[in-house]
Design a binder for this molecule. Structure first.
Ligand SMILES: O=C(O)COP(=O)(O)O
Ligand SMILES: [Mg+2]
Length: 247
Protein backbone atom coordinates (compact mmCIF):
# COMPACT_ATOMS: atom_id res chain seq x y z
CA UNK A 1 0.00 0.00 0.00
CA UNK A 2 1.30 3.43 -0.90
CA UNK A 3 1.76 5.65 2.15
CA UNK A 4 2.12 9.38 2.10
CA UNK A 5 5.70 10.41 2.84
CA UNK A 6 6.15 12.11 6.20
CA UNK A 7 7.07 15.74 5.81
CA UNK A 8 10.76 16.22 6.58
CA UNK A 9 11.16 18.79 9.36
CA UNK A 10 13.40 21.80 8.67
CA UNK A 11 17.03 20.96 9.29
CA UNK A 12 18.90 22.94 11.91
CA UNK A 13 22.52 23.84 11.28
CA UNK A 14 23.68 22.07 14.45
CA UNK A 15 22.03 18.80 13.35
CA UNK A 16 23.73 18.84 9.96
CA UNK A 17 27.01 20.01 11.45
CA UNK A 18 27.03 17.04 13.87
CA UNK A 19 26.31 14.63 11.01
CA UNK A 20 29.03 16.01 8.72
CA UNK A 21 31.64 16.70 11.39
CA UNK A 22 34.87 14.81 10.66
CA UNK A 23 33.50 13.42 7.40
CA UNK A 24 35.79 13.32 4.36
CA UNK A 25 33.81 11.46 1.71
CA UNK A 26 30.22 11.81 0.50
CA UNK A 27 28.77 9.11 -1.75
CA UNK A 28 25.75 10.19 -3.81
CA UNK A 29 23.12 8.02 -5.41
CA UNK A 30 22.08 9.18 -8.92
CA UNK A 31 18.47 8.39 -9.94
CA UNK A 32 15.93 9.99 -7.63
CA UNK A 33 18.67 11.81 -5.69
CA UNK A 34 20.55 14.02 -8.18
CA UNK A 35 18.39 13.54 -11.28
CA UNK A 36 14.70 12.96 -11.91
CA UNK A 37 15.28 10.33 -14.59
CA UNK A 38 11.96 8.49 -14.53
CA UNK A 39 10.46 10.38 -17.52
CA UNK A 40 13.26 9.09 -19.82
CA UNK A 41 13.37 5.66 -18.17
CA UNK A 42 9.62 5.37 -18.59
CA UNK A 43 9.78 6.43 -22.26
CA UNK A 44 12.42 3.74 -22.93
CA UNK A 45 10.40 1.07 -21.05
CA UNK A 46 7.30 2.03 -23.06
CA UNK A 47 9.13 1.80 -26.41
CA UNK A 48 10.66 -1.54 -25.42
CA UNK A 49 7.27 -3.02 -24.48
CA UNK A 50 5.60 -1.59 -27.60
CA UNK A 51 8.30 -3.22 -29.74
CA UNK A 52 7.28 -6.55 -28.18
CA UNK A 53 3.62 -5.80 -28.95
CA UNK A 54 2.86 -4.97 -25.29
CA UNK A 55 1.33 -1.84 -23.68
CA UNK A 56 3.25 1.05 -22.04
CA UNK A 57 2.94 1.18 -18.23
CA UNK A 58 3.28 4.97 -17.80
CA UNK A 59 5.51 6.98 -15.49
CA UNK A 60 3.80 6.28 -12.15
CA UNK A 61 4.38 2.52 -12.37
CA UNK A 62 7.96 2.87 -13.63
CA UNK A 63 8.69 5.21 -10.69
CA UNK A 64 7.94 2.34 -8.30
CA UNK A 65 10.06 -0.14 -10.30
CA UNK A 66 13.32 1.85 -10.38
CA UNK A 67 16.06 1.21 -7.83
CA UNK A 68 17.46 -2.30 -8.33
CA UNK A 69 19.20 -1.68 -11.66
CA UNK A 70 18.15 -2.00 -15.31
CA UNK A 71 17.78 -5.82 -15.49
CA UNK A 72 15.28 -5.79 -12.60
CA UNK A 73 13.44 -2.77 -14.06
CA UNK A 74 12.98 -4.68 -17.34
CA UNK A 75 11.92 -7.83 -15.44
CA UNK A 76 9.29 -5.84 -13.48
CA UNK A 77 8.01 -4.16 -16.64
CA UNK A 78 7.70 -7.49 -18.48
CA UNK A 79 5.99 -9.15 -15.51
CA UNK A 80 3.42 -6.31 -15.44
CA UNK A 81 2.82 -6.39 -19.21
CA UNK A 82 2.51 -10.19 -19.39
CA UNK A 83 0.48 -10.76 -16.21
CA UNK A 84 -2.82 -11.46 -17.98
CA UNK A 85 -1.39 -13.22 -21.03
CA UNK A 86 -0.70 -16.86 -21.85
CA UNK A 87 3.02 -16.22 -21.17
CA UNK A 88 3.06 -14.78 -17.62
CA UNK A 89 6.70 -15.83 -17.18
CA UNK A 90 8.78 -14.60 -20.11
CA UNK A 91 11.29 -17.04 -21.61
CA UNK A 92 15.00 -16.20 -21.44
CA UNK A 93 15.12 -15.04 -25.10
CA UNK A 94 12.20 -12.64 -24.59
CA UNK A 95 13.79 -11.30 -21.41
CA UNK A 96 17.10 -10.79 -23.22
CA UNK A 97 15.46 -9.13 -26.23
CA UNK A 98 13.55 -6.81 -23.92
CA UNK A 99 16.73 -5.86 -22.01
CA UNK A 100 18.69 -5.17 -25.21
CA UNK A 101 15.83 -3.02 -26.56
CA UNK A 102 15.57 -1.06 -23.29
CA UNK A 103 19.32 -0.35 -23.25
CA UNK A 104 19.18 0.80 -26.88
CA UNK A 105 16.17 3.09 -26.38
CA UNK A 106 17.43 4.55 -23.09
CA UNK A 107 20.94 5.00 -24.48
CA UNK A 108 19.51 6.93 -27.44
CA UNK A 109 17.68 9.43 -25.19
CA UNK A 110 18.95 9.40 -21.57
CA UNK A 111 18.56 13.12 -20.93
CA UNK A 112 15.69 14.35 -23.08
CA UNK A 113 13.15 14.67 -20.24
CA UNK A 114 15.48 14.17 -17.26
CA UNK A 115 16.07 17.13 -14.94
CA UNK A 116 18.33 17.98 -12.02
CA UNK A 117 16.66 18.30 -8.62
CA UNK A 118 16.90 21.67 -6.83
CA UNK A 119 20.20 22.58 -5.20
CA UNK A 120 22.19 19.69 -6.69
CA UNK A 121 24.89 21.68 -8.47
CA UNK A 122 25.22 24.18 -5.61
CA UNK A 123 25.46 21.45 -2.94
CA UNK A 124 28.02 19.39 -4.86
CA UNK A 125 29.98 22.57 -5.58
CA UNK A 126 29.99 23.64 -1.92
CA UNK A 127 31.05 20.19 -0.62
CA UNK A 128 33.76 19.96 -3.29
CA UNK A 129 34.98 23.43 -2.38
CA UNK A 130 35.18 22.38 1.29
CA UNK A 131 37.59 19.61 0.24
CA UNK A 132 35.13 16.72 0.59
CA UNK A 133 35.82 13.73 -1.69
CA UNK A 134 32.68 13.03 -3.74
CA UNK A 135 31.82 9.68 -5.32
CA UNK A 136 28.76 8.49 -7.20
CA UNK A 137 27.25 5.07 -6.52
CA UNK A 138 24.24 4.12 -8.61
CA UNK A 139 22.56 0.85 -9.55
CA UNK A 140 22.23 2.18 -13.12
CA UNK A 141 24.44 0.46 -15.71
CA UNK A 142 27.88 2.09 -15.66
CA UNK A 143 27.81 3.05 -19.36
CA UNK A 144 25.12 5.71 -18.71
CA UNK A 145 26.84 7.47 -15.81
CA UNK A 146 29.53 9.51 -17.53
CA UNK A 147 27.32 10.88 -20.36
CA UNK A 148 24.66 11.94 -17.83
CA UNK A 149 27.14 13.58 -15.45
CA UNK A 150 28.73 15.36 -18.42
CA UNK A 151 25.37 16.54 -19.71
CA UNK A 152 24.45 18.07 -16.35
CA UNK A 153 28.00 19.46 -15.86
CA UNK A 154 28.56 17.41 -12.69
CA UNK A 155 31.40 15.16 -13.83
CA UNK A 156 34.26 17.27 -12.44
CA UNK A 157 32.92 17.05 -8.89
CA UNK A 158 33.40 13.27 -8.69
CA UNK A 159 36.55 11.28 -7.94
CA UNK A 160 34.92 7.95 -8.78
CA UNK A 161 31.64 6.60 -10.15
CA UNK A 162 30.31 3.04 -9.94
CA UNK A 163 27.28 1.49 -11.63
CA UNK A 164 25.15 -1.52 -10.75
CA UNK A 165 27.28 -3.64 -13.09
CA UNK A 166 30.70 -2.25 -12.10
CA UNK A 167 31.39 -4.76 -9.32
CA UNK A 168 30.19 -8.23 -8.29
CA UNK A 169 27.51 -6.73 -6.00
CA UNK A 170 25.31 -3.64 -6.11
CA UNK A 171 23.30 -1.71 -3.46
CA UNK A 172 21.81 -2.74 -1.00
CA UNK A 173 25.06 -4.73 -0.72
CA UNK A 174 27.76 -2.57 0.89
CA UNK A 175 30.48 -3.64 -1.60
CA UNK A 176 30.40 -0.54 -3.90
CA UNK A 177 30.49 1.79 -0.87
CA UNK A 178 33.35 -0.11 0.76
CA UNK A 179 35.17 -0.22 -2.57
CA UNK A 180 34.84 3.56 -2.94
CA UNK A 181 36.07 4.20 0.61
CA UNK A 182 39.02 1.90 0.13
CA UNK A 183 39.84 3.39 -3.28
CA UNK A 184 39.93 6.87 -1.71
CA UNK A 185 41.77 5.56 1.41
CA UNK A 186 39.09 6.96 3.71
CA UNK A 187 37.62 4.92 6.57
CA UNK A 188 33.85 4.14 6.44
CA UNK A 189 33.37 6.10 9.70
CA UNK A 190 34.41 9.23 7.78
CA UNK A 191 31.93 8.57 4.93
CA UNK A 192 28.32 9.58 4.27
CA UNK A 193 25.84 7.94 1.87
CA UNK A 194 23.18 10.24 0.40
CA UNK A 195 20.25 8.57 -1.35
CA UNK A 196 16.54 8.30 -2.01
CA UNK A 197 15.87 4.60 -1.60
CA UNK A 198 15.97 1.87 1.02
CA UNK A 199 18.82 0.27 -0.96
CA UNK A 200 21.01 3.34 -0.38
CA UNK A 201 20.25 3.42 3.32
CA UNK A 202 20.72 -0.36 3.77
CA UNK A 203 24.02 -0.26 1.86
CA UNK A 204 25.15 2.77 3.87
CA UNK A 205 24.34 1.17 7.23
CA UNK A 206 25.97 -2.15 6.24
CA UNK A 207 29.13 -0.29 5.13
CA UNK A 208 29.34 1.71 8.37
CA UNK A 209 28.60 5.03 6.61
CA UNK A 210 26.41 7.79 8.06
CA UNK A 211 23.18 7.94 6.02
CA UNK A 212 21.32 10.97 4.67
CA UNK A 213 18.03 10.52 2.81
CA UNK A 214 15.97 12.57 0.35
CA UNK A 215 12.22 11.99 0.44
CA UNK A 216 11.38 13.05 -3.15
CA UNK A 217 12.88 10.20 -5.18
CA UNK A 218 12.05 6.58 -5.93
CA UNK A 219 11.53 4.25 -3.01
CA UNK A 220 9.02 1.73 -4.35
CA UNK A 221 6.18 3.90 -3.07
CA UNK A 222 7.32 3.82 0.57
CA UNK A 223 8.42 6.70 2.80
CA UNK A 224 12.21 6.70 3.17
CA UNK A 225 11.77 7.32 6.91
CA UNK A 226 10.88 3.60 7.19
CA UNK A 227 14.57 2.82 6.55
CA UNK A 228 15.66 4.96 9.53
CA UNK A 229 18.41 7.03 7.93
CA UNK A 230 20.48 9.22 10.27
CA UNK A 231 18.82 12.31 8.79
CA UNK A 232 16.15 13.14 6.16
CA UNK A 233 16.72 16.35 4.20
CA UNK A 234 13.89 17.91 2.22
CA UNK A 235 16.30 18.79 -0.60
CA UNK A 236 20.03 19.06 -1.21
CA UNK A 237 19.66 22.83 -0.78
CA UNK A 238 19.67 22.07 2.95
CA UNK A 239 23.31 21.06 2.71
CA UNK A 240 24.02 24.74 2.05
CA UNK A 241 22.70 26.04 5.37
CA UNK A 242 25.23 28.23 7.13
CA UNK A 243 25.97 28.61 10.86
CA UNK A 244 23.60 30.89 12.74
CA UNK A 245 25.13 34.26 13.66
CA UNK A 246 27.44 33.90 16.65
CA UNK A 247 27.71 30.07 16.36
O1 LIG B 1 18.90 2.08 -12.10
C1 LIG B 1 18.36 2.06 -10.98
O2 LIG B 1 17.71 1.09 -10.58
C2 LIG B 1 18.39 3.25 -10.06
O3 LIG B 1 19.65 3.67 -9.78
P1 LIG B 1 20.02 4.53 -8.47
O4 LIG B 1 20.83 3.55 -7.67
O5 LIG B 1 20.84 5.66 -9.07
O6 LIG B 1 18.81 5.01 -7.79
MG1 LIG C 1 18.04 6.30 -6.32
Amino acid sequence: MRQRALKAHPIHYSELHTILQGKRLVAFDLDGTLIDSVPDLSAAVGKMLNELGLPSPGEAKVRDWVGNGAPVLVERALAWALQDTSEPTPCYERQQRAYDAFIEYYGAAPNTLTTLYPGVKQALGALHQQGMTLVLITNKPERFIEPLLKHFELLDFFTLWLGGDSLAEKKPHPLPLLHAAQHCQISPAECVMVGDSRHDIAAGKAAGFTTLALPYGYNHGEPIENSHPDLVLSSLTELLITPPRGA
